[in-house]
Write a new protein. Structure first.
Length: 317
């Protein structure tokens, strides 16, 4: 008799009910085909959060440290309406860094804007009241957490423009490994979800930062960077998930990531929050950074000034 080990994840929504029925079917096949199963039950769905309040496990933390990216169920589940209202206000009243990323001749619209949390109350509420900062501390293994910036990315129906493959870190004036971005859709996503290359935060060189519209180099010396790869063609390990509103992909600033265009008939709204930890320090770059944050008066090696980048969590120990 052959015996098979099967890992079982109930998932969310109707997932647990479907999986329960599938297990019954497998049980019926055992005698007919002279096989046996060892079902390994994994408590990794949204029900875990509802029953225990735990958003991440030690396994999630280990995976984040190793791969640089994990999915966090339910991170913003109680703040979806706040985020939708904040995005609407942001789009009605864009900030100084707002940008349209679709070129002439391309279909649809790809709007993004960042650094607006201190003028949009809904964003501030989510940052200060949601469990995001606490989860960030756990994933980063950091005792303290500071805000770096917020970011919205809106792709209208029929938008052909993909989000180019890039790492956030080379654009930023922040150095260190204790950092995390949370990317959370406000609409159900499948094909237009975030795509991340596992382990790319540990590459020997950062990937060349480019301007999304012009697609030219952001900094002068391209030899300090790896050329932008094509992970699909090169067979890299890409992590992506079909996601419900309120779920979040957590990824390190060094993770290569991108997204397809939005070829659906529905808008794709995403809210992203960048947070930094204990080892984050200001670093000089060979050109203007994004976000630029003029007049900050910080020096290389300093902790980011807390009046502009407030501390939002400190471990009680």
């Amino acid at each position: 008799m052959k015996k098979y080990n099967i890992s079982v994840i109930g998932g969310d929504g109707t997932g647990p009910e479907v999986v329960d029925e599938a297990l019954k079917v497998l049980e019926q096949t055992k005698s007919k085909f002279d096989i046996d199963f060892n079902f390994i039950m994994n408590d990794l769905g949204g029900d875990r959060y509802l029953s225990s309040g735990d958003l991440v496990t030690e396994a999630d933390i280990e995976a984040f440290q190793k791969d640089g990216v994990v999915l966090v169920k339910g991170l913003f589940r109680n703040y979806i309406e706040d985020l939708k209202q904040g995005v609407a206000k942001n789009m009605q009243n864009p900030g100084p860094y707002a940008s349209e990323n679709v070129s002439a001749g391309e279909s649809g619209s790809f709007f993004d804007d960042y650094c607006n949390w201190n003028r949009i109350p809904e964003f501030e509420k989510v940052i200060m009241e949601s469990p995001a900062a606490m989860v960030a501390a756990e994933l980063m293994r950091s005792k303290r957490v500071q805000i770096f910036h917020d970011h919205i990315l809106i792709k209208e129906p029929g938008t052909s423009k993909p989000t180019p493959w890039h790492q956030d870190g080379p654009y930023y004036f922040v150095d260190g490994v204790q950092n995390v971005s949370f990317w959370s859709p406000l609409d159900h996503v499948k094909e237009a979800s975030l795509r991340c290359v596992a382990g790319s935060h540990k590459w020997v060189k950062p990937v060349l930062p480019t301007r999304w519209l012009a697609e030219d180099s952001f900094y002068p010396d391209e030899h300090d960077y790896l050329p932008v790869p094509d992970p699909d063609v090169e067979g890299m390990e890409i992590r992506e998930w079909e996601m419900a509103p309120g779920e979040a992909v957590a990824f390190n600033f060094g993770i290569l990531h991108g997204a397809r265009g939005n070829k659906t008939t529905k808008r794709r709204r995403a809210f992203s929050l960048r947070l930094i930890g204990d080892d984050a320090r200001y670093v000089e770059r060979p050109g203007p950074t994004s976000p630029p944050v003029p007049g900050h008066n910080m020096n290389a090696g300093e902790i980011l000034r807390e009046d502009w980048f407030p501390e939002v969590y400190r471990h009680p120990d």
